[in-house]
Design a protein around this ligand. Structure first.
Ligand code: GLU
Length: 284
């Protein structure tokens, strides 16, 4: 079987070492199996995505020597595809409009927090059809009725290279957002559709997205899509034991290159799961 993996960054900044670590793992998994490595730009958030960062991502991957196959796919150009899938879920009666503001959700005393912020307490699920109709002109997003969706699919599981078979348990993620007013999709929906549409057999990504996979597995079942194998890798940590991210000073690849870093040495360190000495923090 042809193995297909992908690297799917959001163009909201330059790549840092944490991204590079994930990209190398996805790249090597495909290449070692004689398969394909794809580059997908996850730019559905028009307010945070920048065209210039797309060029920067391509430049950084080239500098590292990580070549991808085929054209770069940009999610912002695939809205029709996502919209059609959303309509199917809507026709199944599994989505509802939500009029709550972010502040209202955060303020909700009972709102437990998940990896991606507060879990939606389900307030708008209880609105009557008449109320939904009356408020249709107000800003809103669309949420998946998780309990109803889960009841429809029954038990599901996926295979993870790090922990083996995992029983999908999407309920703790709450009624996740599937679409917004100007964007007929969300991260969960777009990623699920694209991994299937691009024939991705192996999803390689950080363990910080492990919880999201419960939701993706559910969406695959609802939309009749295949389930890839998952490889949730540990996150690369800096010398201080902190996760490498821009907010705690991880240096961008562009910065390392500008300071004369050798991409081959960098790549070898990342393959060994190590941060090159002095490369994890600095004046970036
Ligand atoms: N676009 C996501 C990110 O940059 C990754 C999506 C994925 O690998 O599924 O965090």
């Amino acid at each position: 079987m042809l193995r297909i993996s992908r690297f799917a960054p959001s163009p909201t900044g330059r790549l840092h070492l944490g991204h590079a670590f994930s990209a190398v793992r996805a790249h090597d998994l495909a290449r070692e199996a004689g398969g394909r490595f794809l580059l997908r730009i996850e730019d559905i958030d028009g307010t945070r995505s920048r065209e210039a960062f797309v060029g920067g991502i391509e430049e950084d991957l080239r500098w590292l020597g990580l070549a991808w196959d085929g054209p770069v796919v940009c999610q912002s150009r695939r809205m029709t595809l996502y919209g059609a899938a959303f309509e199917r879920l809507k026709a199944l009666g599994l989505v509802y409009p939500c009029f709550c503001t972010r502040a209202e959700i955060t303020a909700s005393a009972s709102a437990p927090h998940g990896d991606a912020g507060p879990i939606y307490p389900g307030t708008c699920r209880a609105l009557t059809a008449a109320e939904r109709e009356r408020r249709a002109g107000e800003p809103h997003c669309w949420r998946l009725d998780m309990t109803a969706a889960h009841a429809r699919t029954g038990a599901l599981r996926w295979h993870d290279a790090t922990v083996g078979w995992v029983d999908a348990d999407p309920l703790p993620q709450g009624d996740v957002v599937l679409a917004r007013k100007e964007t007929p999709t969300s991260y969960h929906l777009a990623v699920t559709i694209d991994d299937a549409a691009q024939g991705v057999t192996d999803v390689v990504r950080g363990v910080d997205l492990f919880a999201a996979t419960h939701v993706h597995r559910l969406l695959q079942a609802l939309l009749g899509l295949p389930t890839p194998r998952y490889h949730h890798h540990q996150l690369l940590l800096g010398a201080d034991g902190q996760r490498l991210a821009k907010r705690n000073g991880a240096r961008s690849l562009a910065d390392l290159r500008a300071h004369g870093s050798d991409p081959d040495i960098l790549l070898a360190s990342l393959r060994a799961g190590q941060v090159p000495i002095g490369a994890d923090a600095g004046d970036a």
